[in-house]
Design a protein around this ligand. Sequence first.
Ligand code: URA
Length: 238
Amino acid sequence: MAKKLSIERIIHNQGFGARKLCRIMVWNNEITVNGQPCDDPNTEFELENLSYTVKGEAWQYREKSYLMLHKPSNYECSHKTQHHPTIYSLLPHPLVVRDVQCIGRLDEDTTGLILISDDGQFIHKMSSPKHKVPKVYEVTCKHAVDEAQIAHILKGVQLIDEDAPIAALECTRISENVIHMTLAEGKYHQVKRMVAAISNRVEGLKRIQIGELKLPDDLAVGEWRWLSVDDMMKLAPK
Ligand code: URA
C-alpha cells in the first residue's frame, strides 16, 4: 500500500520546522498540496509524486535529497566555517535543516561541481576510497606545463606522507598553462600537492566532472539544482 502521512508530518520531515510551527503554517493557510489549499494538519497524503507549496514556494516531496552545487571561490565546505561563508548558506534553509552534507570537500579557493545529500548510504558510497569515483579537475598552473610534467603526473608523483607514488588516471593539456587532471582518490589538497611535485603551482582549480556527471554549462556559480535520475545514473560506479 502507498505510504501516507499527515501534512503536518510531511512538511516537518521535509525541513520546514518543528511540528508545532508546521501545524500553525497549515492552520494559517500557508500550505497547498497537489494544487489545493489544505488547512487541516491531520489530512493525510500519499507521498509519491506529492507536490506542495509553503508560503507560495513550490516543492516536491523527496524522501532523500540529492543535489549538485556550483561552488564559488571563497566559500568553505563546512557547517562551522572559519574565514568565509559556508556553502550551505547557498541552499534553501529546509535542506540545511535536513542536515545535508557535501560529498568530499573542496578547498575554499576551489570552484566547481560538488554533490550534496542527506542520504548517508549514498554519501558513504560516493566518498569511499573503495568505489574510486573519478573526478576531473581543470587546473590553471602558474608556469607552462610541458610533456615531461604530464608524463610525470601520469607515471605517479611521490607526495609527503604517502607510502607510494600517486598517479592521475588521465592528464591532458588544454592550453599552455591549463590541464585537465582525472583523479581516483580525494586526498587532502591532492591536486595542489601533485602539481607542486612537478615543480609547478596551482593558480586556479575547478572541479568539472564527477564520475560521468559534468558540471552543467548552465549552472551558474553559486547555483544548485536537484540531481535527475539521469544524473544519478552518471554517478553510479561502473
Ligand atoms: N585537490 C586540491 O588540491 N584541492 C581541492 O579543492 C580539490 C582537489
